[in-house]
Design a protein around this ligand. Sequence first.
Ligand code: B12
Ligand code: SF4
Length: 552
Amino acid sequence: MTTILLSSVFGPYGVDDAYGRKENIMELFHNQVTREQGIFSLRINHPSFGLHLLAENIEAGAKVLDFPSQKRFIKEIKKNYDYVGISFITPNFLKAKRMAELVRKHAPNSKIILGGHGTRIPEIREQIDCDHVCTGEGVYWLRELFGEKVDRPINHPKMGASVSHRIMGVPRPAESAVLIPGVGCPNACRFCATSHFFDRKYTPYLHTGDEIFALCQEIEAHTGLTEFFVMDENFLKYRERAERLLELMERAGKQYRFGIFSSAETIQSVGVPFMARLGVHFLWMGIEGKEEIYEKNKDVDFVALIETLRDAGISVLASGILFSEHHTKDSIEEEIDYMVSLNADFVQFMELGPLPRTALYDAHRKNGSLREDIPYEEWHGQHKIWFDHDHFERDQTPAILKGAFERDFQVNGPSLFRLFETVVRGARNAANFPQAYDARRQQLVRQCKDYRPILRWFKRFAPTPSMRQQAVELDRQYTELLGPESWLDRTKSFAIWPLVMKLALADKAGRTVFQPPTLETRYRLRESGLSWRNIATFSFAGVRQVSPATTG
Ligand code: B12
Ligand code: SF4
C-alpha cells in the first residue's frame, strides 16, 4: 500500500527564531482577536483540518502529524513514507523549505508534495525542492495523483474542532466538531486569500442539507458532540442547503448548534430569526471597513445588525482591515472607533496584506509598491505591513494596530464578558420567541450554568473600575436568570482558582505564548500493533476521549 505522511509545519510557534516571528502565534483568538486582553484572552488551538480531510479521502495509508518539532518530524520521515505532504501558508515558507531539505536528507526515497496557501508564492517549485505542488483544492487533486477514483463521495473527518481550549487558564472539553461543507468563495474580494486560492469559486464537499444532517448525526454518534464549527467561507449563501438542514433538524427534533462564517449580504437575506432557529451561536462577519467598498456590505447597518444578532444569543466576531490604501492618519482613527462602536463580542483587526496571487497582490506588484524584499515570515498582518503606503511608514503600523486592540478592550471590556453577556441576553430574550425557540432557550440557559463558576474571577481580576462594574452587572444578570449561586457553583468556582491564579502569575511574568501539543493520527496505517481500521479523531487532555489511537 502507498503511504503518505501529511504534516503541518514545525514549532515552536510565536517565537523569534530562524524560521518564524513572535507575532505568528498558532492560535486564532490570541493571535489576532483578543491579543491585548491579558488573562481574559481566549486560548484555543485548532488542528490542521485540511490534512485530516485529505487523509480521510484517499486510499493510501496516511499519518497526520500536527505541530511537530523538527526532531519529531525527522524521526517520522525516517520511517520512509512513499510521500511526505507538507502543508504551509505564506509566513511559514522557510519552515516548509527546511522540512523539504530534511526529507531529501533523511528520506531520499520519499516524494515531496507541497500544499496549502503558501504554494501560491511565485515560482515555488524553484524555491523549494519538491516533486509535486498542489496549488488549490487538495482532496480531488490528491486522488488524481494517486490514480484513485476522483469523484467518489467525500468521507468527512469526525473530530473535535479544537485542542487545548482554555478560558482564564481553565481547560474546557472540545465543545464543537469540525464540519467542512466546502472550500472557496465566489465573491472574490480583492484582498481575500481564500477566495483567490480556490480560484474564486465554491467547491462543495457536502452538496445538500440531507448530506449535512446525516453527517451531523454520524459525528454526534461518533464523538458525542452536537455543536459544529463550520469551516466554510459563507455557509448560509447556499440557502436551499441550509433551509433543508433546518427542516430535517426540526422534523427529527435535533438541536444542533453551529459556529459559522458569513457575509452581511447573506445574513440580511436569510434573516436573524432563521439563524437562531438553525442554532447559529457564533458568527464571523467581515465588516472590513467603515467605507462601503465591498459589494457584500452594501446598505448594511452593522450597529443594528450586530445588536439584533446578540439579542438572539448569537455572538459576533467582527473583522476589520487597517491600513487600507485610502486610510490616512486621521481616517484610520475613525476606522478603529467605528469597529469599536459596533460593540461586537470579538473584534479582529488585520493589516491589509497583499498575499500571493490575490488581486490586491497583483495590483501592488504591478505598481511597484509591494515590498518583495520583506521576508515571508513577516507577511502575516499582525506587525508591519509589507507594501508602501501613501500615509504610513512600515515602522508606524505595529503601534497603531496594538492601539486598536487596546481601545476595543478598554471601551468594550474583555470579549469573554461580551460573550457571556450575549448568551444570557439570548436566553432572556428567547422567552419572548415562539415555541420553536424553547429548546434553543434551554441550550442557552445550560450554557449560562456552565459559565457561571468563572464569573467570580471576572470580578476579582477585572483590571479597571469600569470592567469591574461590567462584571458585577453580568453577575447580576446571571443571578436574575438562574437564581442565587448554589453550593455546587461555589465549589466549582473555588476549585478552578489555582488555575486562574497560575495563569495570572504567568501573565505577569510575561509567559504568554503556549505551544500546542504534537498530535499524530493514523489512517489505515499498520503501526505499533494498530491495524487497518480508521482511527482518526482526537484524544487530548480535557478533550472528550473519542478514540484510543491518537497520541498527543
Ligand atoms: C484554521 C486557520 C488557522 C489556524 C491554523 C491551525 C493549524 N493547525 O494550522 C490558526 C487559527 C492557528 C491560524 C493561524 C494563522 N493563520 Co490561518 N487560517 C485558518 C483558516 C481559517 C482555515 C484553514 C482551514 O482549515 N481550511 C479548511 C481546509 C479544508 O482548507 P485548507 O487548509 O486550505 O486545505 C485545503 C487545500 O489548501 C489543500 N491543502 C492544504 N494543505 C495541503 C497539503 C497537501 C500535501 C496537499 C496535497 C493539499 C493541501 O487541500 C485542502 C483540501 O482542499 C484559513 C482561512 C480559510 N478559510 O481557509 C486561515 C488562513 C489559512 N490563515 C492565514 C494566516 C495568514 C494565518 C496567520 C499568519 C494569522 C493571520 N495573520 O491571519 C496565522 C499563522 C499561524 C502560524 N504560526 O502558522 C491565511 C493564509 C494566507 C496565505 N496566503 O498564506 C488564511 C488563508 C486566512 C487569510 N488571511 O486569508 N490559521
Ligand atoms: S465574501 Fe468573505 S470569503 Fe468571500 S471573497 Fe469576500 S472576504 Fe473572501
